[in-house]
Design a protein around this ligand. Structure first.
Ligand SMILES: C[S@@+](CC[C@H](N)C(=O)[O-])C[C@H]1O[C@@H](n2cnc3c(N)ncnc32)[C@H](O)[C@@H]1O
Length: 236
C-alpha cells in the first residue's frame, strides 16, 4: 500500500518523562514535520491518572524480585485518553518484534500511533491486552521506552511524504531497496590527500549511476552479506 494523499500522522507518547520526549520532538526533521503540519504529537503522562496523593505509579512485584513495576491502571487511563478506535497502540518492549524499515513504512501509513513507554522493570502483564502490538528496537535492554519510541517516531516521520525535501531521498536510502546506500562525497575534492572517485565529477550521469549501483552492491556484500541473500536471492 502506498500513501495516496498527503495527510497528517498523529503520534501520542504515553510517557513518565514528557520533557525527554519533547526535547527530541522539538529538534531537526521531526520539529520541521510538526511545523509543516505533517506530524502532530502529544505527550500523555500516566502520573496524571494516578489516584495516589503522591502521584505514585509503580509498585513492588507480586512474588518478590528486584525493582518496581508500572501499575496497570494509570497507564491504561493514559492510553484511553490517547486512543480512538482508529489508533494503533504500540508498547515499546525488548520482547516485541524487531523494528525495521518495512515495519516503519507500514506504520507511516497509519493515521494515529500511540507509543507506550515502559519504565522500571516493566509494566503489569495484565496491560498487554491494551496493545495492538509490541515493538523492540534491538536485542538489548534500555532503562525506558522513551528512546525506543523516539527511534520509531523518527524512522516513521521521515517516510511521511513531504517531510524530506527531496522526494526521492527515501527511496535511495539503505533498506528501501535490496542494497545499502552508495558512498557519498562532498567538498573538497582532495581532503588530506584522499581524492574522490573521478567519475563523480565527469558530468556523465549514466556513468555515475552505474558506478553508484556497483559501489552499493560492493558495500552491501562487504558490510551486510545477509541482505544479498535475503532480498535479492543472490549468493554471497
Ligand atoms: C528496564 S526495561 C524492562 C525490561 C524487562 N524487565 C525485560 O527484561 O523484558 C524498561 C522498559 O524499557 C523499554 N525498553 C527497554 N529495552 C527496549 C528495547 N530494546 N526495545 C524497546 N523498548 C525497550 C520497555 O518499555 C521496558 O518496559
Amino acid at each position: 500500500m502506498e500513501h495516496s494523499t498527503i495527510s497528517t500522522l498523529r503520534i501520542d507518547f504515553v510517557t513518565l518523562f514528557p520533557e525527554m520526549v519533547q526535547s527530541v520532538l522539538d529538534t531537526s526533521i521531526i520539529s520541521r514535520a510538526r511545523n509543516n503540519k505533517l506530524l502532530e504529537t502529544r505527550c500523555i503522562n500516566p502520573r496524571d491518572f494516578s489516584d495516589d496523593k503522591h502521584h505514585k505509579i509503580d509498585a513492588r512485584p507480586y512474588g518478590g524480585g528486584p525493582g518496581m513495576i508500572l501499575m496497570a491502571e494509570p497507564v491504561h487511563q493514559a492510553i484511553r485518553k490517547a486512543a480512538t478506535p482508529k489508533s494503533h497502540v504500540i508498547f515499546l518492549s525488548p520482547q516485541g518484534r524487531r523494528l525495521n524499515q518495512e515495519i516503519a513504512r507500514d506504520l507511516s501509513l497509519k493515521p494515529h500511533l500511540v507509543l507506550v513507554c515502559g519504565h522500571y522493570e516493566g509494566v503489569d502483564e495484565r496491560l498487554r491486552s491494551d496493545f495492538d502490538e509490541e515493538i523492540s528496537i534491538g536485542d538489548y535492554v534500555l532503562t525506558g521506552g522513551e528512546l525506543p519510541a523516539l527511534v520509531l517516531a523518527d524512522a516513521v516521520t521521515r517516510l511521511i511524504p513531504g517531510v524530506l525535501k527531496k522526494a526521492d531521498a527515501v527511496e535511495k536510502e539503505s533498506f528501501s531497496g535490496p542494497l545499502l546506500d552508495f558512498p557519498q562525497y562532498t567538498r573538497p575534492q582532495n581532503w588530506r590527500g584522499k581524492k574522490i572517485p573521478e567519475v563523480l565529477i565527469s558530468g556523465n550521469h549514466e556513468l555515475i549511476r552505474q558506478w553508484r549501483s556497483q559501489a552499493a552492491e560492493t558495500i552491501t556484500r562487504l558490510k551486510r552479506p545477509d541482505l544479498m541473500t535475503q532480498k535479492t536471492g543472490r549468493k554471497k
